[in-house]
Design a protein around this ligand. Sequence first.
Ligand SMILES: [Zn+2]
Length: 104
Amino acid sequence: MNEPSEVCRQVLDRLSDYLDGELAPEAAAEVQRHLQMCISCLAFAQALRRTIDRCRHYRPEARPRPLSPSSRAQLLRAWQTALAGRRNSNRQCGEGYCAEDTTR
Ligand SMILES: [Zn+2]
């Protein structure tokens, strides 16, 4: 594989815009010409296109189910306990979110 030339670098800089169809026609034609001559850039362009495509079509298999009422109550209690602990404590973590004693 050849060292990427300055032209390659310019092409790679514009590749994402090229694949999105956001380049001006003249610039797009330049990129296209280079991809026909340069196997390294072509391979990279194809890999990038596949990656973009997968990202666009990615769908999580299932959404998480909503919390059950008992889990929700448990979470609420934990939150209230944490809040109460924070009010009663002079020691706080650096961010101020944490009711735990962080000096241990
Ligand atoms: Zn190239």
